[in-house]
Design a protein. Sequence first.
Length: 256
Amino acid sequence: MNYRLLMRMVCDPRFGINRFDSYLFAREVAKQKKALDLETERQRSIRFLSHHFDCDAAAYLEEYKTSQFLKEYDETNAALLKQLGHLRATSSRFDCETLYLTVRAAKPQVVVETGVLYGAFSAHFLEALERNGGGQLICLDLPSPPGRPPQDALVPPRLRGRSKLVLGDTKDTLADVFKEAGSIDLFNHDSLHTFPHMMWEYLMAHRALKPGGVLTSHDVLAGRFHPNAFPTFTDALGYRHTIVRNYGIAIKPSDV
Ligand SMILES: C[S@@+](CC[C@H](N)C(=O)[O-])C[C@H]1O[C@@H](n2cnc3c(N)ncnc32)[C@H](O)[C@@H]1O
């Protein structure tokens, strides 16, 4: 980008420094994602999960790829795309796959996820819990604006019984959800992707997670000039962690 364009954007009151910052962030993250080789990313998650959960994560991948669920999910996804004309902000199929493998490997009983949108991640959580043979999912999101498809639009009806939706800003709802749940096995962040909000959700989740519990997060890539919440948090608290494309997986140590 040339200097004159940069100055025009920063000084333009309709654009301003904050939107310019978001623009730079999005541009850098898009560049990073484009440079990644998906097969390399996939192999990293298989190695990490197989090693830390003493399982054959490659077998879970095979199970996922050949599942009836995936066919169903792709059809529902295509229908929603046709209805809306776009599926902006919905998690990519690749990140959904990594989440599925994580849940199959870690076998959580109580899962809390923030940021649901149309339920791409929820559908994958619920299918993996079903295959595990048990577990419940608590989903937190803001109320949908009028006319938006519901938070379970991408979830097959047969899986909906294992989940509960809590509406409101996580700043107002998360503490009560954790209090009611007692302790949890897996927390996934995918709500507001600002450094302070991510750090706050991670810290709240850290207190609720059992030792050895799993902290996962979407949107863990950051620009060069931005602080990156996921590695900052997991390094500070000694979680073993990896990043697979734009999805972070971390395991809470037993002694913190
Ligand atoms: C990136 S989308 C989530 C995508 C979703 N996980 C999926 O699998 O497609 C972000 C979601 O977070 C929700 N959100 C944003 N800020 C929030 C907050 N402070 N509290 C609760 N939900 C929030 C939005 O309503 C939106 O549905």
